[in-house]
Design a protein around this ligand. Sequence first.
Ligand code: C2O
Ligand code: CU
Ligand code: CU
Length: 484
Amino acid sequence: MRPISRRHALQLAGLGVLSAAVGGTGIVLSGGSRLDPAVGAQLSEPEALRSEGGVLRLRLEAAEGSLTVAGRRARAYGYNGSLPGPTLRLRPGDRLQVQLVNRLDAPTNLHVHGLYVSPEGKGDNVFVTVQPGETFDYDYRLPDDHPPGVYWYHPHHHGMVADQVFGGLYGAILVEDPQDLPVARERVLVVSDITLDGAGRLQQPSGMDQMMGREGDLVLVNGQVRPSLTARPGERERWRIVNACAARYVRLRLDGQRMDLLGIDSGRYPEPRSVEEVVLATGNRADVLVTTTEGSSALEVLGVDRGGMGAMGGMMGGSFSGDVGTVATLEVTGGSVTAAAPIPPRPEPRDLRGVEPAGRRRLVFAMGMGGGIGPGGMSFTIDGREFDPDRVDQEVVVGAVEEWTIGNTSPMGHPMHLHVWPMQIVAEDGRPVDDVRWQDVVNVPAGGEVTVRISFDRFGGRTVYHCHILDHEDRGMMGVVEAR
Ligand code: C2O
Ligand code: CU
Ligand code: CU
């Protein structure tokens, strides 16, 4: 029998022939009604909170409740009653104080993804547990030389991360540039996905969804389905894009408009790069300039092959973040404006390719048949082990530059994420890269390997590295690094 891929199954579901088509394949989709989204409203942006006098202090309440999702009332998770949560706008040198209040019925905590801050104590400490009804006061101090860019926050309590992020707990963090760039406007676009039933309730993922990494039926931009944006011809906008999906990779296109990429994650190019599309693995962010031309353009999310499952995939369905199509529309009309001032050049980024690493390590991401029957029994390991918060897997010296080669023996890509210290990609499958690329989430393709260099500067303490397909992280594809 010919196996049905996830993409195929979704297409079939759209045609209403799913129940007939899945018979005997072992794929069980819950079927039934799905939320009917309201489409096309003006883009709304999460509330922006700015630091004042070097401090941003806020209360962040994580709760399940009745929220607006896709223009409907839904029962999902949110921070301060909204999905996404508020956008936090900070400057290098700021102090960020967050009182996290847990109104969920499960433990949670808070992670500031990509921020270059201490992982200890009340800092970006993922070993903290905040029980239901409890609060925790985080206190993060950004160094004066913190890189400007797009970051984000989300829960990081091991075992609950995929459920809580997929349910709606995420928000953007922006660290401002020393000087504002000459743009007509800035927009924050948080891309996420979710699956809601006809009554607007969160759908539970199947064991299969969890093995592949769950992808939602609805792809949202700031919690909306296909919102519309308007601009005048010739305007330059700055789009801060976060891929907050629990597992989905997105390939973004904006045909008919000019896109220049300032950088991915905290990485910055000396000059903006003209691009046709931007591919973001789960957890990655993009900082993009859009220069408009009259007409109507679609922001599209196109498919990314996350690495098929080989023979195993035949039985279990493919691993493909499918074509979603239009996720927002940009309407450019009216009188044209005069061209904005040129973007000032940035300082050359640091390049560790000329540095002799103090240490070299090899890490291997793998999947195997663990205990139990069916997809639920699949194990997700790094170096043959599942996550243990009480074990230190990598000990590094504060200030050392190391080279890590991350291998992937599994038939599926794993986006590797390291907390605190960004990674410079220096080789892919042994081939040196010829530009300077700093990211904090690096996709390691199925059967491939990526070599990165890391400068373990400034901060001591214990933190983690893991697969950012959050179901894999929750199932153990995470390790502990300690810098001292
Ligand atoms: Cu975005 Cu360890 O997480
Ligand atoms: Cu992170
Ligand atoms: Cu993974």
